[in-house]
Design a protein around this ligand. Sequence first.
Ligand code: ZN
Length: 602
Amino acid sequence: MSEHPVEYRVAVTRPEAHLFDVQIRLEDPVPQGQVFSMSAWIPGSYMVRDFVRHVGCLKARCGDRELALTKLDKQTWQCEPCDGPLELSYEVYAWDLSVRAAHLDITHGYFNGTSLFMRLHERDQRECRLHLSPPEKVQGDWKVSTAMPLKGAERYGFGEYRCADFDELVDHPVEMGDFTLASFEACGVQHDIVLTGRHQADMERLCRDLKTICEHHIRFFGEPAPMDYYVFQVMVVGDGYGGLEHRASTSLLCSRNDLPAADMSGTTDAYRQFLGLCSHEYFHTWNVKRIKPAQYLPYDLSSESHTELMWVFEGFTSYYDDLGVLRCGLISPEEYLQGLGQIMTRVWRSSGRFKQSVAESSFDTWTRFYQQDENAPNAIVSYYTKGALLALSLDLTLRLESNGRYSLDDVMQALWQRYGQPLVGLGENDMPVLIHEITGIEVGSLLDRCLYGTEDVPLEQLLPQFGVSFNLRPSASSKDKGGMPDTEAEKARPLLGARVVDDHGEARLAAVFDDGAAQAAGMSAADKVIAVNGLRVSSANLESRVAAADVGACLEVHAFRRDELMVFQLPLMAPKKDTCYLQLIEDDEAAADRRRQWMGLG
Ligand code: ZN
């Protein structure tokens, strides 16, 4: 006889209070007293979030009898022994508008299983059924969007869904609401785009562009696609950005202006970034959802789970996201190089890259990358940005040393065939061995220097061999993201050496950079600058006032630290060359050939 499934029920009866009602029913609980727990984190977002903090009114029953509960730790309970069936009920407060948790009001409901569902210990390998009840007291005609396999429910309907186990149950977020829906097919697989929130997006354009990207990635790893249905779940807001990958869907948060308008010609920077985000999350369908660190097979969602491998899972994905958009023709080589120059600028501007290696950044992501404070630029390196540049360095190195025979694409495809498809975890030290096996090329020393060490990736040497010049220049202002030459620079413009943000018109320092003028003067993050050389400044003109002065001059700066007025002498120095841009070199045919192969342009 087959095992009883674990039955989960979610009801929306109090959306105005942002409460989901959850019930769990288990026919045959563990005889000694069923243990169950909430998750501390959600895969893909590496920070302990203690989802249990939003759980209330927990009760356990067996028939008419209420069962006593013993709390074992912050998120785990044991209930008194019973023969079953065991029924748990509780409410979950859902008011976190992000892709990582749950959100519910009268206009829509969204949840990740990690925010809503208790894991029943020793029963978590069993089939899970999820019953979604039609909502009460809501606006509009609600439908359901999830990549969770259907049991009794119809596609987009309330009713019953089914998962093989708890791990799958928490990997299919659910969106409920009166959303916009559009569908397309990519390599024979149905893909849905679901937009919640007010928008005027050109759905045809979205479908066309996402189809191009999805087909590119499916063919990159090889048909057939590893899922038989896929959903882009998008929450559209005034100002927001975020994405989280799942095995057959992605949850995205974007700004209304990121989406293509009906009358839009060409591609805006914002839409290009949105396509890059979609490409990134879709690439994760293979890289991290199926090719996984051994550490995550299975996930331990009860506490931090450490791996040094985020350079492969986030770094490589960050490399292939924009490269994929370029290779399928949605952006030009110049636009691609502009984006790459901006990533380089982010890395080159942060002195933290000399203090933390990418491998350490990955291992410590729980306490450092995901918990950044005002000192982060001086203290840490991002495994996304430097990881992407490391991927680029590996790709270019493999292409050069094999005379164009091999590239990082071959390594990715081998990762898929050897680890992803058979679901074998990637060991912490497997990568250099695998790369050598596939290409015959030794990358240990590059990894020692730039992954486990804190050296800069050798792009200055590599890129020119692909017909791309690597250039560094001083930053024009804190709004200067790099990626382009500075055509307006007539003289060296001194910089404040701090990130300035607007605080009700006033200029507040959000971060003070190592070795910059502000730090030398003794200024700190959170200082509010009110005057330079005796004249009032605002957030709008502080930086231009500093830039207008001469290198070598000293400015008198008045600022409030808390409620204390302070005076600083700001010594203006020559700006560092920390802003990168890349340009095509057209006069070297062999290099241009290599570039076309790398960029997939024939
Ligand atoms: Zn990612």
